[in-house]
Design a protein around this ligand. Structure first.
Ligand SMILES: [Zn+2]
Length: 336
């Protein structure tokens, strides 16, 4: 690999900076460009990279980040935030999860470090890698529920890393303060790429789009507080780091309940406060009504005792859609 020139934001002094990174031209004639926000503190410290809208319909995180950085006093900030507020503008423009393009892999979450001569999705990843990822000391790739109305509040981290990096990932994940910490693995993600270079990087997955005012407020606050918690953990702002009691579980403990049939899902767990509930084996979580016959065509039943960590609002679902997810009690542990 050739020696990289310093990124365009390297010489920024204390304060706020915004620019757009051009990627390629689109068929509508406009330039595809990535928004880059840089907030530089008055004292040296880590470079904290944040990317959001990797999936185009996950809006809440970027609104929380805006709120957080607007409230930041750069005189009291050590180091720098480097933020891509919409990582996949083409997906966002279509209210969709992936890039609407003709060829190749179109999920930005799967193509890092990207390829400047690849398909559009890979070009976007390459631009983020070259302008942000290769220069950060730590990163979060901030996800949220998409247009399907999902409740969730966890931080995912890759545990298949050398032990010292695993501990750094876990500490960063915990500092966010969400009720769940989940060992997960996303090959091809920005976090996975950085972990392969020995750099801590995790994926918060919080709230969702169009959740209604109460849940939106609840999750926005959680996100703002979580970002501040991570910045305290990194020594960028002052204050104590005290993660709450959190449920920790891995992929082997995770069970997703997906209706086999398409229809209208009636969810019995639609409130943010339902997450973390202990669901006993045999409990009915929801049912699917056939829009055509009006019959109940499927019931979604907990297969074991587990903690509810993902739940969907009532609404139309396609067969195979993730409706609920449980962390099996026997394979999860509480972290104090
Ligand atoms: Zn996502």
């Amino acid at each position: 690999m050739s020696t990289k020139a310093a990124p365009l934001w390297a010489d920024q002094k204390e304060g706020r900076f915004f620019t757009r990174i051009e990627v390629t031209s689109m068929l509508n004639g406009a330039m595809l460009a990535l928004p880059l926000h840089v907030v530089t503190g008055s004292a040296p410290g880590p470079t904290f990279g944040i990317i959001t809208n990797t999936h185009g319909d996950e809006f809440l995180a970027t609104i929380a980040i805006r709120q957080m950085i607007n409230g930041l006093d750069t005189a009291k900030l050590k180091g720098r935030l480097v933020i891509i507020s919409v990582a996949n503008p083409m997906a966002t423009a279509g209210f969709g999860r992936q890039t609407p393009e003709q060829h190749g892999r179109t999920d930005l979450h799967e193509v890092y470090p990207g390829n400047a001569r690849g398909n559009t999705t890979q070009m976007i990843a390459a631009a983020i890698t070259e302008n942000v990822l290769n220069y950060v000391d730590v990163l979060i790739d901030f996800h949220s529920g998409g247009s399907g109305g999902r409740l969730q509040a966890r931080v995912d981290y890759n545990a298949k890393t050398p032990d010292d990096l695993k501990q750094k990932n876990l500490a960063l994940a915990r500092a966010f303060g969400a009720p769940f910490v989940h060992e997960n693995e996303f090959a091809g993600s920005a976090a996975h790429y950085l972990n392969s270079r020995g750099i801590p990087a995790v994926n918060p997955e919080v709230g969702g789009s169009y959740l209604g005012p109460d849940s939106t407020r609840h999750y926005t606050e959680m996100m703002v507080n979580g970002l501040r918690g991570m910045m305290r953990h990194l020594g960028m702002i002052d204050g104590p780091v005290k993660p709450p009691q959190q449920l920790h579980f891995g992929l082997q403990a995770r069970k997703e309940l997906r209706p086999k049939q398409s229809g209208y899902l009636v969810s019995y767990y639609e409130h943010a406060g339902d997450l973390g509930r202990l669901i006993k084996s045999g409990t009915k979580l929801g049912e699917v009504i056939d829009l055509y016959s009006y019959n109940i065509i499927e019931e979604l039943i907990a297969p074991f005792d587990g903690y509810l960590f993902f739940s969907r609002y009532s609404g139309v679902v396609g067969g195979g859609t993730q409706a609920f997810a449980l962390a099996e009690t026997a394979a999860s542990k509480w972290l104090d």
